[in-house]
Design a protein around this ligand. Structure first.
Ligand SMILES: NC(=O)c1ccc[n+]([C@@H]2O[C@H](COP(=O)([O-])OP(=O)(O)OC[C@H]3O[C@@H](n4cnc5c(N)ncnc54)[C@H](O)[C@@H]3O)[C@@H](O)[C@H]2O)c1
Length: 262
């Protein structure tokens, strides 16, 4: 037997929600390289994605319309074998989510956008797979901050603030993954979650890039002494959704250069 074959995704249909973003873009490319038919669902197109990756405009901010919209897409494009949710939705005041500034309205809206949407979308997808006897794979995205708290020292004298909601959402998503995996395992549907460390480049929710001060503060807390790259994350998706990861489910794969080991 050749082990290379276990990683092949030929004829698998892979939907990437948030495939126009930093991590999603790289995941689209990786899945495409391994033979999957990739469809990017995002509220905006990414012109840099390869031409054979289909892009469909999809905005999930109105939660009550998600099911109808997804059903329409699956009817037209085919059912998912693989579904990766690497979207990152937030309100306009997301940068003012420190404990000092945050208000209840913003908490509610961001929990809806980041947690309720994820729970609802993964339930719709898992049910589609179950009803159609698809031995599918679902991947969600958490963060190191779903496992440990943010360290305020890293943000000191930088333009990035500690966020009082993010950790709660990301921690909940890890347990939600276990719950999904536990129930859908009997239908041979696997569900896993990836928790990346900070990706070097664009600050989430802002146009500007990380300052050298932030990169230095952050990197020194990791064992590998550097921030992550999107290409550090994408290969893990291939392992988890292919036959190479056939006995892995409910797992939180932390990819953080050793941030959380001490
Ligand atoms: N970038 C990091 O440093 C980092 C670190 C750890 C975890 N993560 C997690 O990884 C995931 C992806 O992060 P990223 O850095 O690639 O984010 P990103 O902002 O670069 O990309 C997110 C994508 O989601 C899309 N999106 C946002 N709202 C949407 C909506 N309502 N409907 C449809 N699409 C929508 C955006 O258009 C964008 O293309 C997130 O869950 C994030 O929390 C990121």
């Amino acid at each position: 037997m050749t082990y290379l074959k276990k990683f092949r995704l030929n004829n698998k249909k892979a939907y990437i929600l948030g495939g126009s973003g930093t991590i999603g873009f790289e995941i689209c490319n990786a899945l495409n390289d391994f033979g999957a038919k990739v469809i990017n669902l995002d509220k905006k197109f990414n012109s840099k994605l390869k031409k054979n990756i289909k892009q469909i405009k999809f905005d999930f901010s109105n939660l009550s319309k998600i099911e109808k919209k997804l059903n329409q897409i699956f009817k037209k494009e085919g059912l998912p074998d693989i579904f990766v949710n690497c979207s990152y939705a937030f309100t306009k005041d997301w940068q003012r989510s420190s404990f000092k500034e945050v208000n209840i309205n913003s908490i509610k809206k961001n929990v809806d956008l980041q947690l309720s949407s994820n729970i609802w979308i993964s339930k719709i997808v898992a049910e589609k797979m179950r009803k159609n006897s698809i031995k599918g794979n679902i991947i969600l995205l958490s963060s190191i901050y779903g496992v440990v708290a943010q360290d305020s020292e890293v943000y000191k004298n930088t333009k990035i603030k500690v966020n009082s909601i993010y950790s709660a959402v990301k921690g909940a998503l890890i347990n939600h993954t276990k719950q999904l995996a536990s129930y859908y395992g009997q239908f041979s549907i696997r569900v896993n979650i990836i928790s990346p460390g900070g990706i070097k480049g664009k600050i989430a929710g802002k146009r500007n890039k990380h300052s050298s001060k932030f990169i230095k503060n952050y990197s020194k807390k990791t064992a590998l002494k550097r921030m992550a790259l999107p290409s550090d994350i994408a290969p893990a998706v291939i392992y988890l959704v292919s036959d190479a990861g056939s006995y892995v489910t409910g797992f939180n794969l932390i990819i953080d250069g050793g941030w959380t080991i001490t």
